[in-house]
Design a protein around this ligand. Structure first.
Ligand code: ATP
Ligand code: MG
Length: 321
């Protein structure tokens, strides 16, 4: 089957000499819900900018549903809708006109464009603002307007660059439901986000980019299965002495007088840990995962290997065997 997006040896060096993309090869299958993750400055927006023809590539090839962006730009662009990271709608246009104008660029007849704009604005909870000037919208409304605009010509591939940044939790959830529904209807979705728990919940496949290079590309399930350690924070009713920490069945370090962090690997279990705490008459008030699993993986892949900082005045953790 033709890939929705295929990047071959994509390179970008900005005019100031900064190498933002260092030969990226990436394929996103048609129908996928794909996460492109990476730390600030990794090259995500540069990559999306090139795919949406806003940034000139230095070398490489972009194909959208088999259409080469250089050789068949119109066919490629017709398949593609992009929600950019930065807001770029005309502030003096009315909300509905933003969507209709965009559809016009792709030759969608006016009546059809208006009807479709209404559908999307209603689904995105913006219909009551459809006659409002863009500059009067809140930040979260602007993000949703950019989604409606990106869909104006009903593209087969929708790329969203941090669509939920600064959006409140309720609206964020409704946005995801909306995008999931689009995906269920067959639209391929690629999104970047720094909310990793959302990527974990929504996306089937994932690529992690760091300093202009893809450092991981795999099904979400495979990646999460590979991650065989989990860190828990325990809030204690009774403090644990520093010496006791060293006897813990699993690597443990104090965060403060009332909280410890403990790392469990494959084959470890919480029962053993609790039995050990019980034997010391240490009562655990509550427990939480330190990071969600994808966050842990992300940090492992994108951060230099340095020891985590230790809280002031607290003994360092025992090293993991
Ligand atoms: N117009 C530009 N000129 C020079 N350098 C740029 C330009 N745009 C981006 N860069 C640099 O390219 C690198 C990648 O930037 P990019 O915006 O693609 O990162 P990103 O992964 O989208 O990050 P974020 O998560 O912060 O949005 C950064 O080092 C950035 O400073
Ligand atoms: Mg960006």
């Amino acid at each position: 089957m033709t890939a929705a997006l295929r990047l071959t040896n994509l390179q970008k060096t900005y005019r100031n000499g900064h190498r933002a993309l260092d030969g990226v090869d990436l394929e996103v299958a048609a129908g996928d819900f794909f996460a492109l993750l990476g730390p600030n400055g990794a090259g995500k927006s540069t990559l999306i900018g090139i795919v949406s023809s806003l940034v000139n590539k230095s070398a490489g090839r972009v194909e959208v549903f088999g259409h080469d962006l250089d050789r068949e730009p119109e066919a490629a662009k017709r398949c593609l809708g992009v929600v950019p990271q930065e807001f770029n709608c005309n502030n003096f246009e009315k909300v509905i006109d933003v969507v209709i104008t965009q559809a016009g660029y792709y030759g969608v007849p006016a009546a059809q464009a208006r009807a479709q704009a209404e559908v999307y604005l209603r689904q995105l909870g913006l219909w009551e603002k459809h006659q409002t000037q863009v500059r009067e919208l809140s930040g979260g409304m602007r993000r949703r307007l950019m989604i409606a605009r990106a869909l104006a010509h009903q593209p087969r591939l929708l790329i969203l660059d941090e669509p939920t940044a600064g959006v409140d939790i309720e609206i964020r959830r409704s946005m995801w439901r909306f995008v999931e529904e689009l995906n269920a209807q067959g639209v391929t979705i690629i999104l970047t986000t720094h909310y990793l728990e959302e990527a974990e919940a929504l996306c089937r496949n994932i690529a992690i980019i760091d300093r202009g290079a893809i450092v991981e590309h795999a099904p979400m399930r495979t990646l999460l299965a590979k991650l065989n350690r989990e860190t828990f924070v325990l809030y204690l009713q009774t403090p644990l002495a520093a010496e006791a920490l060293r006897e813990s069945p699993y690597p443990m370090r104090a965060l403060d007088a009332e909280a410890v962090e403990v790392e469990l690997r494959e084959g470890d279990d919480l029962n053993t840990l609790f039995r050990w705490l019980d034997a010391r008459q240490v009562r655990v008030r509550s427990l939480r995962n330190k990071a969600n699993r994808l966050e842990q993986l992300f940090l492992d892949l994108t951060q230099p290997a340095t020891a985590p900082p230790t809280a002031p005045g607290v003994p360092a953790a025992q090293a993991h065997a």
